[in-house]
Design a protein around this ligand. Sequence first.
Ligand code: ZN
Length: 487
Amino acid sequence: MRARDARVASRTTYTYKDLQLNRDNAAMTDILDAFRAILDDTGVLTGESVSERVMHPWYPRPIEALCILRPRTTEEVSAILALCHERGQTVIPHGGLTGLVQGCNCGPTDAVLSLERMNAIEDFDAVGRTATVQAGVPLQTLQETAEEQGLMFPLDLGARGSCQIGGNVSTNAGGNHVIRFGMTRDNVLGLEAVLADGTVVTSMNGMIKNNAGYDLKQLFIGTEGTLGIITRVVLRLREAPRVFHTAFAGFENFKQLSEFLRFSDRELGGALSAFEVMWEDYYELVTTAPAENTRPVPLDYPLYVLIEALGTAHDEEKNIFEEIMGEAMELGLIADAAVARSGTDRKAMWRIRDSVEEFFRYGHAFIYDVSLGIRYMDDYVNDVKRRLTELWPEHHCFTLGHIADGNIHFAIHMGEDTLEAHAAVNQCVYEPLRPIGGSVSAEHGIGTEKLAYLEFSRSPNEIDLMRRVKQALDPRGILNPGKIFAA
Ligand code: ZN
């Protein structure tokens, strides 16, 4: 234990009982003083230290909250929650604030709980291929640490530099490699969470297989901080790929593209690790000035794919990848394609996929992450665009997706940023999902943004069971209230 940790540890002996015993103490009557009694001097931010921070970088606005609490240990999180439970104080967990569904929204009476100072990688097991990390570790830090050991943490998304593991887990983040490695949920082996009343549930399982009773970690994965605060996580790592085989292809229509998906997945024998589809509207946006990307294939097609396969170090394999692409071309499954010849080529192709900041070229855009069967996608996308055109002939709709996972993203700009306009666009996007059993969220979650649409994707009995779980774990409703369903 480092000296600083030792000093902090000596201050973490406040428990729920202690706080109850001290309830009459004058210093405890004010909740901020009570927080200051639990945390060190820099652990409780108020006033300008709160408002100088901004919410999501795409929608910058100052954070408004009673305070930002910055614990360094699970014990401190436990003491904070025990106190908040007792006082009925609402708690809003904050990670890297890169979520896209307003799941971290807070107001002047809320205490924000930021795990930013719980940012240690506690253990790295290169043999068992696991990493034990605190919730505030940035995703990219873990990715780089794994890389140094010849390993990989396969979760990857645009916000990698700022998002935190705790946020990734509590939102069950998806990203670019789900087709091969699953969502965050599939890469979590164990975790530790603190319940609303301060109870610490340590379930730091490090094994791939463990069927001993309920898999309790699932209570906290993807539940957006409404059932507990994740403090530590055991993650599954994989061997780092020796090489990547990457190509960019154009398609005449969706049928051709979906046949190519099956063909490439089959021919690549399980190595397919990314299949990122971009519709013409997105491809044109991100390859037209002021965007600086150059086009690997001409802007002649309605659909494009960035395909990537994990490879070994054998030279002949590169030829096999090119042969598969060539065969697809001969079979008429691709209209045009460019294969990456270097790491620079590969980066340039990925930059096209990742240039999502261009969504905002025309001003505010509403962002979507719907999920549906691949067989419905072509008609669905056309239906959404038809509905939008009827209402706003001048709108912009940019479309892309991890379609092998059934996931499509839209960024829609129609010149207005009002609640009414948002609701109208939501109807265009969500209504046609209902008859085909789609989901209003593939990977971003519900937050506050999709509260009204949860019932589009979940039955009354499902929502009722969610509420019963919430009531059992957080009877006073202090944890991230108003997220997923109305408080
Ligand atoms: Zn995505």
